[in-house]
Design a protein around this ligand. Structure first.
Ligand SMILES: *[C@@H]1O[C@H](CO)[C@@H](O)[C@H](O)[C@H]1NC(C)=O
Ligand SMILES: *[C@@H]1O[C@H](CO)[C@@H](O)[C@H](O)[C@H]1NC(C)=O
Length: 330
């Protein structure tokens, strides 16, 4: 059922463009800089009691930055934009540190959301499926961007970079990370994993962070980023089955990426079988199965319709899975 995949979310678009797994040449080199962590699937409510990482397990901001800076320097090719310059990436780091100070949101958490949303591309486009989601953090109705109209601004000025981080952290509106942490209503580290769910989908749904709409792997991805997993490593989270992973000990991914970039099944086989992918409402009269190189546009229906029929698709169409059947007509 699970198709081995080395590629996740927005990085799929890299793969579409390059025709090969991303960063296939660099993991060993990067691994020598900072000890990195293989992906673990976390299920349940975000608490350490249900297996999620304690804050003491997070890597330091400096270590996380070192492990991910190479990703940021290449990340704009997924959008067909000029890659970040070294100075632009340096300015992301500086802005995160400043905004962590003014917002009280931990720098490690801000960085993890930046990577999750845009991989750190300063010219990430504004997406709009009802509301603007601009920039590095694809913030809800944020006002800062270095690519509001499809033409990336080069260089992206520091004020814009900092503004994008402020928008996402919640300093310029009322639906950023700061508000998500408050809304989570927890004192322990689960407030961050819950805030990640709220940031991605607008709310908490029940006590399993992985079953909501939008990107189901979102909270477990962010938890993995905080403990040192990077986009250069295998991504062993399957949107179709993650909702069935219950509370308890996380299932460990195989140690480190294999040379071939292939992975074995990541999900605990004692969990129930996954439900068949289903459209949002009612039946589905027509299905479509993308192959490598397809994107939401090639589905033949407009994106708003496609997303409403397939709620697991995120707002960038970054998690479209080749080989998975999607609904294209109600
Ligand atoms: C961005 O970096 C990637 C990876 O090194 C490269 O393949 C791509 O050509 C670069 N894009 C531009 C516009 O230079
Ligand atoms: C989707 O794929 C088509 C056909 O390959 C391409 O023309 C189009 O630019 C792609 N769209 C995006 C958003 O990548």
């Amino acid at each position: 059922m699970f198709t081995a995949s080395y590629i996740i979310a927005a990085s799929q678009l890299f793969a579409f463009a390059l025709g090969a797994p991303i960063l296939s040449a660099s993991p060993k080199q990067a691994r020598s800089l900072v000890a990195r962590t293989a992906y673990k699937v976390f299920g349940g409510d975000g608490t350490p009691a249900q297996g999620w990482p304690q804050e003491s397990e997070w890597k330091s901001f400096e270590d996380l930055w070192s492990a991910n800076v190479d990703t940021t320097l290449k990340s704009c090719s997924q959008f067909g934009q000029d890659n970040n310059s070294q100075e632009e990436s340096d300015n992301i780091k500086k802005a995160i540190e400043e905004v962590a100070g003014t917002s009280g949101v931990k720098a490690e958490f801000i960085l993890s959301i930046v990577l999750q949303e845009s991989k750190g591309c300063v010219r990430a486009p504004t997406t709009n499926y009802g509301y603007d989601n601009p920039g590095l953090m694809q913030s809800f109705q944020g006002t800062h961007s270095c690519n509001p109209d499809g033409n990336g601004v080069v260089p992206c000025p520091y004020d814009s970079i900092k503004g994008m981080i402020e928008d996402g952290a919640g300093l310029n509106g009322d639906v950023g990370l700061k508000e998500g942490i408050a809304q989570a209503g927890s004192d322990d580290v689960s407030k961050y994993y819950k805030a990640a769910r709220i940031y991605n989908s607008g709310s908490l749904v029940g006590d399993n962070l992985n079953v909501a709409i939008a990107t189901r792997c979102y909270s477990t991805d962010v938890a993995n980023r905080l403990i040192g997993w990077t986009d250069a490593d295998s991504h062993d989270c399957d949107e179709a089955t993650i909702g069935n992973v219950g509370a308890g000990a996380p299932s460990s991914a195989p140690a480190g990426p294999s040379d071939s970039g292939e992975t074995t099944t990541p999900v605990d086989t004692t969990t129930p079988p996954p439900p068949a992918p289903a459209p949002a409402t009612g039946g589905c009269s027509k299905n479509w199965t993308p192959v490598s190189g397809d994107n939401c546009s090639t589905s033949g229906v407009d994106f708003a319709t496609f997303q409403s029929l397939n709620p697991s698709i995120d707002s960038n169409c970054a998690n479209l899975q080749p080989g998975t059947s999607y609904c294209v007509a109600a």
